[in-house]
Design a protein around this ligand. Structure first.
Ligand code: AMP
Ligand code: MG
Length: 353
């Protein structure tokens, strides 16, 4: 992919507290979106790279900026859950899900209406919609007055950006405007569910709306096999994004599945410069000169682990380690989102100790 700057990017910082009066930066961003431009904005999950979802050429600019494969569809962001009606056929279950979880980190896949361009759906008969809760994202969508297709604002294959610095690292000169809205609350991308004809939900990507949340809400949920394991040879890809190498650092990442004592012994025996993503409780007990430690947060604090993961992967990637190790997370609650992102970053390399 070409690395050079392709355009002058306009930068603006917009804080949630300054949205009470008319904001000039958001007015410009809304105008750029209506005119077919690309604007990066903060959401409560990760930063999104947006363009007018009803303009095929604008949506195509997203793929060019990210170097995203053309068969990987985009999520369409809407200001209010009811706007989904203009984009797709919404069964009654959608309205119930919307009341429970929107605005928020839940993306719902339904049958697309003809107005949705093929550049957005990547030619699939379905479209993914999400109503973000972040006040800056919400205000931007209102300003734009059009639905906004927005994947994560990273170069394809690198970790999703959770703060302005990471966005700038990947996207300076590749988009028309970048809005700095501080650090994202969740740090992992939205939960994606597909509404099936039989009234069940197919969980395609775990996120901050957890499997337990969906079950407690009363939904019958099937977890797509690729969420927790590698795609098998010849297996149908239910969500195109699942088949791509993702979030992967340059150095090989391995997940360690075993007791802390065994992990410590394993790390002590390694050669070369290695990194370990440690829980805070483990940090003091792994004082090994060849092992650089990165704090994931406390063992039980999955929200803080989710918030740190992509930042740590980016930081560790800059250090040219011989290998990076991390504990295999549990799949309970938000842990499933961490597990899903980490097995993919590790190309499914799990070492049993
Ligand atoms: P990102 O926008 O980077 O968060 O990635 C969006 C994810 O949603 C990708 O993994 C896509 O493959 C998936 N996705 C978007 N639209 C659809 C759809 N219509 N059917 C299945 N997966 C989808
Ligand atoms: Mg992405």
């Amino acid at each position: 992919m070409e690395d050079k700057r392709q355009r002058e990017t306009v930068y603006a910082a917009v804080c949630a507290d300054c949205l009470t009066k008319k904001n000039e930066s958001l007015a410009l961003a809304g105008k750029l979106l209506r005119e077919g431009g690309t604007v990066i904005f903060p959401t409560e999950t990760v930063y999104g790279l947006g363009a007018n979802a009803l303009d095929p050429d604008a949506a195509a600019r997203i793929y060019a900026a990210k170097g995203r494969p053309a068969d990987n569809p985009l999520i369409v962001h809407i200001a209010e859950p009811e706007e989904a009606d203009t984009l797709c056929d919404c069964p009654p279950l959608y309205a119930r899900l919307a009341r429970a979880f929107m605005p928020g980190p839940l993306t719902v896949i339904m049958t697309a209406k003809p107005c949705v361009p093929k550049t957005v759906t990547a030619g699939l008969p379905t479209v993914a919609v999400r109503c973000p809760a972040h006040p800056v994202a919400h205000a931007l969508l209102l300003e734009a007055g059009v639905p906004v297709a927005a994947p994560s604002a990273n170069l394809s294959g690198s970790p999703s950006p959770t703060c302005f610095l990471h966005v700038k690292e990947d996207m300076d000169g590749r988009v028309d405007m970048i809005i700095d809205g501080g650090e994202c609350d969740y740090g992992v991308e939205s939960t994606i569910v597909k509404l099936e004809e039989d009234g069940t939900l197919l969980l395609l990507r775990p996120g901050a709306v957890t499997l337990e949340d969906l079950t407690a809400f009363g939904a019958r949920v099937t977890v797509a096999p690729a969420v927790l394991g590698a795609l098998k040879e010849g297996e149908t890809v239910l969500s195109p994004g699942m088949k791509y190498r993702h979030y992967a650092p340059e150095a090989p990442l391995y997940l360690l599945d075993g007791s802390f004592e065994n992990i410590r012994k394993f790390l002590a025996d390694r050669e070369g410069r290695v990194a370990y993503l440690a829980y805070d409780e483990e940090m003091a007990s792994i004082a090994l000169p060849h092992v650089t430690l990165y704090s994931l947060g406390e063992m039980a604090d999955t929200p803080s682990q989710a918030k740190s993961l992509f930042r740590i992967l980016r930081e560790a990637d800059k250090e040219n380690y011989d290998a990076i190790y991390a504990p295999l997370p549990s799949i309970r609650g938000l842990g499933m989102a961490l597990y899903n992102r980490m097995i993919r970053a590790a190309a499914h390399q799990i070492i049993k100790l």
